[in-house]
Design a protein around this ligand. Structure first.
Ligand code: AMP
Length: 291
């Protein structure tokens, strides 16, 4: 039994698509712990928090029932389980969508044509809600895996399944018809925990770190030297979050410019900056941005 020791308990997926990104996020927040998926429970050395490794399908209910105070899980699972939990942050990974697809050769071309058809899914609750919202009646066939095979086996006329790149659907000869839900990983909290002052304080500290780390995601810190006369030209090129910092150098007439830039434009921007007079351009990663 897990001790009710006043420490925060955060549930993450034991082993699967969200595990690595969940661990990276917690580590980017400065939390130190050993994680072994075989062990349910990993205490954090430098924060009042324990990491629980669980099946992601179970996380919403465990958080709802206060087995864990917090959980990192896909929105799709939270929605499907109808768990009474608070979503306190979206986390920017695990992006996917729940989509309805039909076989390439199917005569079904519109959502309306799904009426009275058979749809296979592992997301019966979400699918039934969607069908109701569209005023459609269809037979929902619940499968726990390999849903994409259902049309080939003539078990269903369409499937409703999670897609990220669409490759699995294409390989199985399926054509997307509509998106039922878009999803990404979220941080959910137990509602009573949010009313517990000691735990709420720990959660707020964690949220500042999470937001700092998410803010830094996809950004780099860039520094360069340039003649002061080049600054107006360089400012036009630098795609900074704010106006760049300009500081004088010991060399008369020379300045250093510092700026946060999106990492995907870095190489393009650097070439332009060099042409416009910048030199000694240094680009470094950012751990966190706290606003
Ligand atoms: P899994 O490890 O396959 O059980 O997936 C865990 C979670 O990752 C899912 O519930 C989704 O929230 C998310 N996810 C992101 N991309 C995909 C994908 N292509 N297939 C399944 N799940 C995905």
């Amino acid at each position: 039994m897990i001790a009710n020791n006043g420490r925060l308990k955060i549930a993450i997926q034991k082993s699967g698509r969200l595990t690595e990104d969940s661990l990276s996020l917690l580590r980017a927040c400065g939390l130190e712990f050993e994680f072994q998926k075989q062990s349910l429970y990993s205490p954090c050395r430098n924060f009042d928090l324990d990491v629980l490794a669980l099946r992601d399908d179970d996380i919403p209910e465990y958080v709802q029932d206060a087995v864990a105070d917090l959980g990192i899980v896909g929105e799709n699972i939270v929605r499907e389980k109808g768990a009474r939990v608070e979503t306190i942050s979206v986390l920017g990974f695990g992006e996917c969508r729940l989509s309805i697809s039909v076989p390439q050769r199917s005569s079904i071309r519109s959502v309306k044509q799904l009426n009275r058809k058979r749809i296979a899914t592992s997301y019966p609750t979400t699918l039934k809600q969607y069908l109701r919202s569209q005023g459609l009646k269809a037979e929902v066939i619940e499968l726990s895996g390999a849903v994409e095979l259902a049309p080939t086996l003539d078990v269903a006329d369409a499937i409703c399944d999670i897609v990220s790149t669409g490759t699995t659907a294409r390989v199985n000869g399926l054509r997307p018809l509509t998106t039922v839900l878009t999803s990404e990983a979220v941080l959910v909290a137990n509602r009573a925990t949010l009313r517990n002052p000691k735990k709420k304080q720990l959660i707020d500290r964690l949220l500042i770190r999470i937001s700092g780390s998410l803010q830094a995601h996809g950004k780099r810190y860039m520094m360069m030297n340039a003649p002061a006369t080049a600054v107006p030209r360089l400012k036009k090129i630098i795609p900074s979050l704010k106006s760049p910092t300009v500081v004088p150098l010991a060399d008369e007439g020379m300045v250093a410019l510092h700026s946060v830039i999106p990492e995907d434009v870095f190489w393009d921007v650097m070439e332009k900056l060099k042409k416009a007079g910048a030199s000694d351009i240094v680009v470094v990663p950012i751990e966190a941005i706290i606003r």
